[in-house]
Design a protein around this ligand. Sequence first.
Ligand code: HEM
Length: 477
Amino acid sequence: MSRKKTNYYVKLRDMYNLPIYTLRLPGSRLYVVNSPGLISAVQRQHKSLAFMPLAAKASINVSRFSKTASEIINTNTNGEEGDWGYVMTFNDAIHPALSPGTNLDAMNRVMLGLVAMSLNRLREQSVTKVKLHEWVKNQIALATTSSVYGPSNPYKDLGVETAFWTFTSGMTQLIIGVLPTWTAGEAIQALDFAADAFENYFRNNNHRSGAALVQARYKHSMEHHIPLNDIARSEVTNGIALLANTVPMTFWMLYHIYSDPEVLADCRNELLGIVSVSRGNKGKSTHTIDMSKVKTSCPMFLSTFKEVLRIYSTSVSARLVMEDHLLDNQYLLKKGSTVMMPSPVQHYSSVVWGPDNDTFDHRRFARSGKRPSAAGFRAFGGGTTLCPGRHFASTEIMAFVAVMIMQFDVKPTTGHWVRPSKNKVEFWESTASPDHDFEVEIRPREREAMEQEWAFTLSDLDQPIALSAEDLPLESR
Ligand code: HEM
């Protein structure tokens, strides 16, 4: 398991072809679910097969909350005593800030403005040489966090951003929780440092100028009497949801588009069809991409994005067995064990995707009639724990990539593209990052491009795209 990571589950599926099987570890059992039908059955039993007690334990280990906060968070985690308590009410508190509608549009508009501004600035230099993954990481981190935290975004201090990434490097040891001060000392120091910055942010009421998301999270914690330093800690940990998947997915999408002239031409042609141009009085033209139209009129670009999600997702949805449970009236799951549903088992399945399931095909989702089964596409998980940030993240990734490919050519300084391996992914990561980074040259496409500005709009009637079975109308799931 530690060598092959999530590929291990795909290998066992191919060797034994079982709907569900048990991996015995000293003192515990892991039940790994392969069958899409059983995944749906697990997701329906969200009380007996629960996520929140696992999430509460992991968040306490990772955020290193005070005793007071840990007790509040660890109370009634599965709603045994009713729908109350910090954990039980958390999703309802934050969903309105992330669901399609006014709040999400407002956050998206700030993010889109920042992406456009940063890339407009980049065009003022004729050639920029950067390490591609590192550069994407900085760009996405600043645009995402500024749209959430507003003008006083703590991540604007490079020290805080660096501390956040140092913190994530100790995540595995923090989740395991065995002598963390020895095994993850540097990560703990970084967490404390970033938490201090967030404590100041909240103390100065800077969250009031942030997005609805940070305000909802703060209000929810205050209502449950979480101490301020713990609110700050949980905000640092929230950076994982905000950034840990968006960064590598953006990297891989850029990689696949720029490294293949056919993919690049397909995507550019589609985007060209929806760019509108207006001329300003100083002779500069503004090229505007309407992100709502990208979602409705660029099927191959959209398909490229979904194919990136399919190929690079490494998420393993987990559930704790709260009491002995007979799954689907057939399989006995013992109390205290863990149920695991690895997305690669579904994403690399010839039954769902055909014999070419392990190759990257940017047109896969654009072909008519090609729609995966409900449980076949799990980049954002599913059921009650379906990722609430999927619409925000999708708009951001597609906007960033769209404006990049319309304005810039990118090529490795070695002259040829080599796809990096992705074997270092840790068990808690839902997306694989590249194992190594490489240098690229970013260059504006045309000379007259220097005279152009780029911008985004989002129609008032912006519609979300279907990113999970839950986003489809009931009759077509
Ligand atoms: C491409 C980007 C992203 C990917 C691939 C992704 C993927 C996931 C996955 C696989 C899960 C676990 C679902 C499960 O176990 O069933 C999850 C949960 C979650 N995600 Fe995302 N995510 C992304 C971006 C975001 C963003 C930007 C936010 C916040 C703005 C976010 C917020 C969350 C939250 C709060 C949860 C926990 C849900 C719960 O506990 O019920 N995600 N995400």
